[in-house]
Design a protein around this ligand. Structure first.
Ligand SMILES: Cc1cc2nc3c(=O)[nH]c(=O)nc-3n(C[C@H](O)[C@H](O)[C@H](O)COP(=O)(O)OP(=O)(O)OC[C@H]3O[C@@H](n4cnc5c(N)ncnc54)[C@H](O)[C@@H]3O)c2cc1C
Length: 406
């Protein structure tokens, strides 16, 4: 058997979490990251770290889940409006002291900062500025070459190198998912601790100030994110620029509650899943956005990346203890099967979200009827509240390898 060394490609949240999970199992790991140390990743991006993820991170590095939970914001009010009229409001109790909250909300760059600190403490070797260009696997192990001329050998490679994954392309694994026309604009707005906008998550169906576009406001530590569902014929340059955002933001929130805009970007509602999560030799494991892309509604992107990381690390650590190549391959194959299944369930959940956010004529009538009936049938408001995020309970993991919903 090849030397028990694991290479992780990519220091995003999935790669950092995989490195920590491997170290927690006593496996030596080297992480190769294309960008330079100290890079500043733009924007708030993935905000929610759910309780399942906090627990996985706590298990990988004691204190990490708790530190992220403490830094993040736990807002307690959810509101849903339809054409400016409130349909649903619920206030949740304070999280119990000493228990992980149901979720916490912080900028992805802050989550990554905590992960990076934990990796340093766990003696993960991180090689910055090392862009992997080729990954070549055999039944003996994997050889990786980087743009700086360095060459690495490992028993296993975990490809956590994001949506344009070199690990995935080099192993000939294809991705599938439907094309998407419409786009969303997402902006970050700074806000003082006292701002009422930091106390609640609000979803507006057909916001009257924005010509009936759907608008989501989500607070995080230090500010809030606004997501506007644009129309196919809207101009991304108009809606997605900071100047454009300044024009429409004042139609959504009071100027006095909001500080400066810190980031503006656009994205498409992609649902893409890799056809396989491992190569034919069972030596390269794909996790995070290297394996799947989900839209942000439902917070499945980063959270499912954490679940992938934990299952991949467990499979690799067990493979090192296995007696035969056949057993080793079966363990990695099981990782791929379980996480591919989870990704397909996540993709199906986002498909249902999309049908709700971009309804056909029948769906539009159902939503309008729910808004009218809500005063006498509050279940209508509850449906309108939960539908934009996918199934409330989320897709279960029948394998039991992660207890979580992602
Ligand atoms: C503009 C933008 C906005 C987003 N907004 C939201 C949002 O509002 N809500 C939400 O939930 N999610 C959002 N996301 C998605 C979220 O950021 C991802 O789910 C998350 O980053 C995935 O983590 P990851 O570790 O799988 O991949 P990434 O975070 O992409 O990390 C991959 C890492 O691999 C490195 N890398 C890439 N190629 C190589 C290579 N060849 N060699 C070595 N290293 C390499 C990259 O530099 C990077 O550090 C957004 C993403 C983007 C890009």
């Amino acid at each position: 058997m090849a030397a028990p060394t694991v290479l992780v490609i990519g220091a995003g949240p999935a790669g950092l979490a995989a490195a920590l999970s491997l170290r927690a199992r006593g496996v030596a790991v080297t992480l190769l990251e294309a960008e330079e140390q100290g890079r500043v990743r733009p924007g708030s991006r993935a905000l929610f770290v759910h309780r399942d993820s906090l627990r996985l991170l706590e298990a990988a590095s004691p204190g990490l889940g708790t530190a992220i939970a403490r830094y993040g914001l736990v807002w307690r009010v959810r509101r849903t409006l339809y054409r400016g009229r409130q349909l649903f409001e619920r206030t949740y109790p304070e999280p119990l002291l000493g228990r992980m909250p149901a979720f916490t909300s912080l900028r992805q760059v802050d989550t990554e900062r905590f992960l990076l600190q934990a990796c340093t403490a766990a003696e993960v070797q991180i090689v910055w500025g090392s862009r992997v260009e080729s990954v070549s696997a055999s039944s003996e192990g994997v050889t990786v070459r980087a743009a700086d001329g360095s060459r690495w050998s490992a028993a296993y490679v975990i490809g956590a190198d994001g949506a344009r994954s070199t690990a995935r392309r080099a192993t000939g694994i294809a991705v599938s998912g439907p094309p998407v026309d419409a786009f969303h604009v997402v902006i970050d707005v700074e806000a003082d601790e006292g701002s009422p906008l930091l106390r609640e998550r609000t979803f507006h169906y057909r916001h009257p100030g924005l010509g009936g576009r759907n608008v989501l406001l989500v607070p995080f530590t230090g500010g809030f994110q606004v997501d506007v569902q644009c129309r196919p014929d809207d101009s991304p340059a108009d809606w997605g620029s900071e100047e454009g955002a300044r024009r429409w933001l004042r139609l959504v929130v009071d100027d006095s509650d909001a500080g400066p805009i810190r980031w503006a970007s656009t994205y498409r509602f992609l649902r893409v899943v890799a056809d396989q999560f491992t190569d034919v030799h069972r030596r390269v494991l794909l996790i995070g956005e290297a394996a799947h892309l989900f839209p942000p509604f439902g917070a499945r992107g980063m959270n499912s990346g954490f679940a992938d990381a934990a299952v991949a690390a467990s499979a690799v650590a067990e493979a090192f203890r296995a007696g035969t190549e056949r057993e080793r391959a079966a363990l990695i194959g099981r990782f791929a099967e379980v996480r591919h299944g989870a990704a397909l369930r996540n993709a199906a959940a986002t498909e249902r979200v999309l049908a709700h956010l971009m309804p056909g004529p029948g769906g539009r009538i159902r939503q309008a009827a729910a808004a009218v009936l809500n005063p006498v049938l509050p279940a209508c408001g509850r449906w309108m509240e939960s539908a934009p995020y996918g199934a409330a309970a989320g897709p279960a993991d029948p394998s039991g390898m992660t207890r979580g919903r992602y």
